[in-house]
Design a protein around this ligand. Structure first.
Ligand code: SAH
Ligand code: SF4
Length: 391
């Protein structure tokens, strides 16, 4: 039987409609070089120009060609005639009691995605989205209930990192001492969407974020979370090289089929095989198994023992996520006792088993609660109308 899982979502072209100018953001180094040449940059100069423009955009965070002072005036004019430097627009920013920031971001076509910044004592994590909504329908995930889906472009993905750096004022200042502490020290692809269903754009965006001449985040500081798109897993290591997290969430196919329906396409055994073969897997680079704790569904001692058995032979750590409830969610969060008992069993079997502290709950910014505001409004409007007998 084939599960009803589709991948036929749209990606908008890079060429912008107005004036036919190309957005420089999101182009790979090769792509940017080709674009500069197509716009009239002599081939002999292309390498140098590429380096200069790249640094302005990704190291200094400059959006205006006029500020690229080491370029001749007429070259700046040529760039401005042909290109734009455009990132998504922040519509609203909410700041939680605990310092977590949630940005509602508008992208082309009027769609919206959410981006979350989580400051901690030893790090700052930016949680970014790869799609508007998600074609998958994990039964505990708010994003999965959103109808509207489209792939984000590479520009829209790297743009999320850039807009957060704008907001946190994290671009370097010429002449200032090099920043030792980074506000955004880690990026996780754990926002809206399934990153491996938008592989090329996620890959290009992450390669830009990791590029040493720009934002320069190390590959170990980027984590991609997948629900288990088996055919794309190996490419994550070879073409991106970032850390991998897997939304595991259950220890039997029966339960995982319900929680993570992609399991009907690639079941637990198939997924584990792909993970065992993950290139570069070692004790220092473990796969994170995410496991959401749902009261009475997947949280027994037997589940914990089964999980330990399944992990055999895989350098792994287990991240336990207390379920974040959302209005109308069909599950409850497991009790603290249950979660700790579960964590202990995993830990005693030799695996790190941290319990994720829910962050930004007051602004609905926690894992799995992201959903665009327009979708929420539509929903609540429909609900209000239904209650008032209007529909
Ligand atoms: N689509 C990808 C990445 C985004 S979700 C994936 O599924 O892996 C990031 C993590 O949050 C996943 O492990 C996801 O299963 C989990 N999650 C989703 N909804 C949640 C909720 N309501 N409470 C806790 N975790 C949730
Ligand atoms: Fe999509 Fe991940 Fe949510 Fe599942 S958990 S519906 S894959 S965003």
């Amino acid at each position: 039987m084939t599960a009803p899982i589709t991948q036929d979502v749209l990606t908008i072209p890079r060429k912008l409609p107005e004036g036919g100018k190309t957005n420089l953001v999101g182009l790979t180094r090769d792509g940017l070089r080709a674009a500069l040449i197509a716009a009239g940059t002599p081939e002999k100069q292309a390498k140098m120009r590429l380096g200069q423009v790249w640094q302005w955009v990704y190291h200094w965070g400059v959006r205006d060609f006029a500020l690229m002072t080491n370029l001749a005036k007429d070259y700046r004019a040529l760039l401005a005639e042909n290109f734009v430097i455009e990132i998504p627009e922040v519509v609203t920013r909410q700041i939680s009691e605990d310092g977590t920031r949630k940005y509602l971001v508008r992208i082309a076509g009027g769609h919206e995605v959410e981006v979350v910044y989580i400051p901690e004592t030893d790090r700052g994590t930016l949680c970014i989205s790869s799609q508007v909504g998600c074609t998958l329908t994990c039964s505990f995930c708010h994003t999965g209930t959103q109808k509207l889906v489209r792939n984000l472009t590479a520009a829209e993905i790297v743009g999320q990192v850039m807009l957060a750096r704008d907001d946190l004022d994290e671009w370097p200042v010429p002449g200032a001492l090099k920043e030792e502490v980074r506000l955004i020290s880690n990026v996780v692809l754990m926002g809206m969407g399934e990153p491996l269903y938008n592989f090329e754009n996620v890959r290009d965006a992450m390669n830009i974020v990791m590029d040493g001449e720009g934002i320069a985040l190390g590959r170990r500081r980027i984590t991609l979370s997948t629900s288990g798109v088996v055919p794309e897993i190996a490419r994550t290591a070879t073409e991106i090289g970032c850390q991998l997290a897997v939304s595991f969430h259950a220890t039997t196919d029966e339960v995982r089929d319900v929680l993570v329906p992609i399991n009907k396409r690639w079941n637990i055994a198939t997924l584990l095989e792909a993970l065992k073969a993950y290139p570069g897997l070692s004790n220092s680079e473990r796969i994170t198994f995410e496991y959401v704790m749902l009261d009475g569904v997947n949280d027994t001692k037997e589940d914990a023992y089964r999980l330990v058995k399944l992990l055999e032979g895989i350098p792994a750590k287990v991240n336990l996520i207390p379920f974040n409830e959302w209005p109308g969610a069909p599950y409850k969060r497991s009790s603290g006792n249950r979660i700790h008992t579960f964590a202990d069993i995993i830990y005693k079997a030799g695996y790190a088993s941290p319990i994720r502290t829910p962050r930004g709950e007051d602004i609905m910014a926690a894992c799995g609660q992201l959903k665009s505001a327009t979708e929420r409004e539509r929903k609540s409007k429909a609900r209000i109308e239904a209650e008032a007998g209007l529909s």
